[in-house]
Design a protein around this ligand. Sequence first.
Ligand SMILES: NC(=O)c1ccc[n+]([C@@H]2O[C@H](COP(=O)([O-])OP(=O)(O)OC[C@H]3O[C@@H](n4cnc5c(N)ncnc54)[C@H](O)[C@@H]3O)[C@@H](O)[C@H]2O)c1
Length: 455
Amino acid sequence: MNNTAKKLDVIQSEAPALRLIKHDNNIYSRLALGEAKMAMVGLGYVGLPIALEFANNFNVIGFDINEERVDMMKEGIDPSKELSSEAFENKNIKFTAKINQIAEAEFYVVAVPTPIDERREPNLTPLKKATASVAEVLKKGDYVVFESTVYPGCTEEVCVPILERISGLTFNEDFKVGYSPERINPGDKVHTVTNITKVVSGSDEESLEQIAKVYESIITAGIHKAASMKVAEASKIIENTQRDVNIALMNELSLIFDKLDIDTNAVLEAAGTKWNFLKFFPGLVGGHCIGVDPYYLAYKAKQVKVDPRVISSSRFINDGMPYNIAFKISRELEKLGKDPKASTVLVKGITFKENVSDIRNSKVADVVKKLELFGIKSWVEDPHADGEEVYNEYGIRCEKEHQGKFDVVIMAVAHDEYNELDADYFNTISYSDTIFYDVRGMIKDKVNHGTYLSL
Ligand SMILES: NC(=O)c1ccc[n+]([C@@H]2O[C@H](COP(=O)([O-])OP(=O)(O)OC[C@H]3O[C@@H](n4cnc5c(N)ncnc54)[C@H](O)[C@@H]3O)[C@@H](O)[C@H]2O)c1
């Protein structure tokens, strides 16, 4: 008997008690018995996998404003290319782009983007719009759980007032709210939705209990009940901020060691033999989580008159790495007596990280742009990225693969396909004096000529 069946079995065997529970608005039981529906608002990297998991247990309505994406999901296609078509099979889910179709739901989960604006401050427009959509259909007894990554206090300070104002209902009397941050790791086939411990929180004790039960029904790794929504919001934001700060330290060390002519990776290998040395590596920090979330925390810190110096410096260092890489390459070309403007550069990988197709906030694109500042033109390839999307987003042409020989080869993203490349391949694409810039430290043992550089 699977988890869901077990839970339903328990609930059904308690049928008489349930009639009472229903009057107490036991939303979990009502969802599990199919008496209430859940709506997932925003079906991207986060929303779709969770919606499909919930659809094993509950009656789910998947809502997204992007009609094209909705049409693909109706056909069993994940527009984010993370899930196979089997993931859509035998699921109790209906996809829609029509807001009135979520009106029949009683439990709403919001998982829309929370990007930054050009001032690198939170852009809450998608979150506010999604909250307003839910507010329009909100009824007495409903639940709204936010999953989007936000700064501590955002749910209560920004979302709840929108829900109250538009619905005319009273928070915690007529409807309850929760916050449950998502830890999904795109491209990671080991840590998936159900086997990552989920932090949940509620606007009062009752909602915490109900929300916890709802998530417990799909998360096999278990849930952690946070003391408040603010605690849950803060816990998510510091997970990514901690990674950003640690990577920034490694990047700064690599800049120092480069000047001292010391191999950073060799230093980290030696230091890593100590039991409490943390294993972080230098690298490009792109994407829409680690490279974005710290700005949300910094914004909130400034609001309460704390200058977030460590967080801001880390962002500054990590955002500066594309320039450092481009500068180093241009100097090395000059050292070899090559004209940067006439040199050919192969850039292998442009997605924000390995084994995903997501190109948002790609720092490799930034490397390409910075190389252009030195007059250096790149040939970009990526087996996972969509060439048209790359061109629309960055004006950079990107192929699946390039043939030929290059003056510079930048190993930018550690896709599995690139890890499999052997010494023969690198011989074929290079001259005797080619510069290899190994951003992710993948090919040190595979190149035996030219100049080898890494962070
Ligand atoms: N992707 C990750 O790895 C990850 C991990 C943890 C947390 N998060 C957080 O989860 C949230 C969602 O991120 P994502 O990566 O899933 O984003 P995404 O861009 O992949 O998907 C968001 C979806 O929301 C839809 N949308 C936008 N506005 C909407 C609205 N008003 N109503 C309905 N749908 C709307 C978009 O069309 C899109 O399909 C963000 O806050 C992000 O920081 C992301």
